[in-house]
Design a protein. Structure first.
Lengths: 50, 540
């Protein structure tokens, strides 16, 4: 929900030519991938192991 | 013949790809001896193949060709579908469904989704054959939409050649039959790797090249603003809304986002990817690779519609003129934005390689659908369904599955040749109907012991009926003269609530309410044993 709200808010910021519709998506992608990587590091190597 | 097909690049890519498919089919035949080998690649797939196979199954060539028109027409908000594709369609799907599905399918010996659901709910009478039949029918319809996606490309490549579409569709069917009948899932997964690489390179090249050709991001946006203000369209009067979310035409995007994100969860061709995984590590590492791939391809595919529109301040007029010149229907101009951009603005060699690559990838897009559809009919509906008392062997079922591959492809080709008008909507409707019967029982069954077989069956039937009825009652974009929808005017193209949302809104409460009141509770000992096995290797 907070992600959705930030998407809406950022869309309305005046960026002087650079629309922000693409930036939330471009930022979100690497953030999610980083979360996946951290999750993998924790579960497979550093944290609880099988 | 159009310039693109005059280049050696085009034919080189096509010939190489077709040769590669035949080699994959031949190489895979040695690994394909049993129905398990054929359906789930012997459950031996590692993380890279798993991830790329998931991606290539998730996004067909329809995404690259058919989808950017939505961004062009309704605004850059369509980029936000990347969020849902990445987070819910990939990350959460792998995390929540991946390993549990793998373990549960192993324990129950299930190689299809209907089989998994039927065994999980210990039903031998209704669920399996019903879901097998439903999956067989709607996957064939979905396959039609995939083949139709190719017709757009073919009209571009061979304008004025009357039978180009028919010949190409039949050729695609023949090639698919050849390598699929022999190699099954092993062959399909190998071809997925190449298809996924083609898609990745194609869309990234398109976006980067397009922005450069437009003169940079700022110039691209200025061109878009100018074109939106002058060209007819839903945002013509308020062009600034094209760049914003939400705007007056956000409903279709939200519907698409929901369908393409959560629709993967109950789609048999997606969930059976997890059945093919070798181990928990395949799922975990595959998740990372899949997330990267899905993010890049989804973002670039949806963004390419904006890039195409930003190539010129009069892009809509240029598109309309070009579509008329190649003899394509002008009402469907929005589906030609990428071919238009490629042929008119990109170097000919890039356009040729891109179009050949996407056309070739279209051939293999339908293969998982065909595998699952044929398996649903032969194994679920027939062998373990209506003929379960006859003890039909797996070998005989494999033979019939291969025969049904041919039947399904022929049926899809015949339907494709009738050229239904709306590719993406047909595709999404079929996807919605598939999920109506499977999504809730499947996902709930992985985590909740309280679901009953009666709830799984009845909620699925209710959701399927709602999905079909909603489409025929309210869908606003039926071809004129068909007498549909039955209630026109309730929704417009930009306010329509997708049937997936409505059917799931019905299925979810129905499943839990029926389970609660059903006196025929599931066998606790069976579920304890099943869940113990599943959890042993989940690291939850």
């Amino acid at each position: 929900m907070s992600l959705l709200l930030s998407m809406v808010l950022l869309s309305y910021v005046d960026t002087g030519g650079f629309d922000l519709s693409i930036w939330p998506t471009l930022i979100c992608g690497p953030v999610v991938i980083a979360i996946v990587l951290i999750y993998l590091l924790w579960t497979e190597w550093l944290g609880k192991k099988k | 013949m159009y310039a693109v097909t005059d280049t050696i690049w085009f034919w080189l890519v096509m010939v190489l790809y077709l040769a590669m498919l035949m080699i994959f089919g031949y190489v895979s035949r040695k690994k394909t001896k049993t129905i398990t080998d054929w359906m789930v690649a012997s459950r031996g797939i590692g993380p890279v193949l798993l991830a790329l196979s998931y991606g290539a199954t998730y996004f067909s060539a329809v995404l690259i060709i058919g989808s950017p028109g939505n961004t062009w027409n309704l605004g850059e908000q369509w980029l936000y579908i990347t969020f849902t594709n990445l987070i819910f369609g990939t990350f959460v799907a792998f995390l929540m469904l991946g390993n549990r599905s793998r373990r549960m399918s192993q324990k129950l010996g299930a190689i299809t989704l209907p089989e998994l659901i039927a065994e999980r709910y210990q039903d031998k009478s209704y669920i399996r054959q019903t879901s097998g039949l439903i999956l067989g029918v709607f996957l064939t319809i979905y396959l039609v939409s995939v083949y139709i996606g190719m017709s757009v490309l073919l009209t571009v490549l061979f304008p004025g050649f009357e039978f180009a579409f028919q010949i190409a569709v039949i050729l695609c069917g023949v090639v698919t039959v050849s390598y699929l009948v022999i190699g099954g899932s092993h062959g399909a997964i190998l071809s997925d790797v190449v298809e996924s690489m083609i898609m990745l390179v194609a869309v990234v090249g398109l976006v980067i090249g397009g922005i450069a050709i437009a003169g940079g991001l700022a110039q691209m946006n200025a061109n878009i603003a100018a074109d939106v203000a002058t060209a007819p369209g839903p945002l013509h009067a308020t062009p600034e809304l094209w760049f914003l979310f939400p705007n007056t035409v956000s409903m279709p995007m939200i519907g698409m986002a929901m369908v393409t994100a959560f629709g993967t969860w109950g789609s048999p061709q997606m969930s059976t990817r997890f059945f093919t995984a070798k181990s928990r590590k395949s799922i975990r590492y595959g998740m990372l690779i899949a997330c990267v791939w899905v993010f890049v391809v989804s973002f670039c595919a949806w963004f390419s519609g904006a890039v195409a529109r930003g190539l010129s301040p009069n892009s809509s007029a240029e598109l309309a003129s070009w579509v008329t010149s190649i003899g394509a229907p002008s009402a469907k101009a929005i589906e030609y934005v990428i071919p238009w951009a490629l042929v008119n603005y990109f170097p000919i060699w890039f356009a040729a390689i891109f179009l050949a690559g996407v056309l070739a990838a279209s051939l293999t897009t339908g293969e998982k659908l065909i595998i699952v559809a044929s398996g649903s009919i032969t194994r679920d509906f027939w062998q373990k369904g209506i003929m379960r008392h006859k003890n039909i062997s797996d070998e005989k079922t494999l033979t019939w599955t291969r025969i049904f591959v041919v039947i399904i492809i022929v049926a899809a080709i015949l339907l494709t040749l009738t050229r239904p008008a709306f590719i993406l909507d047909l595709c999404m409707w079929a996807w919605s109907c598939l999920n109506a019967f499977t999504l809730v029982p499947y996902v709930s069954g992985l985590y909740w012991k309280g679901g009953t077989k009666r709830a799984a069956f009845i909620s699925g039937i209710i959701a399927l009926v709602v999905s079909i009825l909603w489409f025929f009652l309210f869908y606003p974009k039926w071809t004129a003269g068909m007498g549909l929808p039955l209630f026109p005017g309730v929704f417009t193209a930009t306010t329509y609530i997708h049937e997936f949302i409505i059917s799931q809104a019905v299925a979810i409460p129905a499943f839990f309410i029926i389970s609660y009141f059903d006196k025929n509770k599931p066998d606790k000992a069976f579920l304890e044993d099943l869940y113990k096995y599943v959890k042993e290797d989940t690291n939850d």
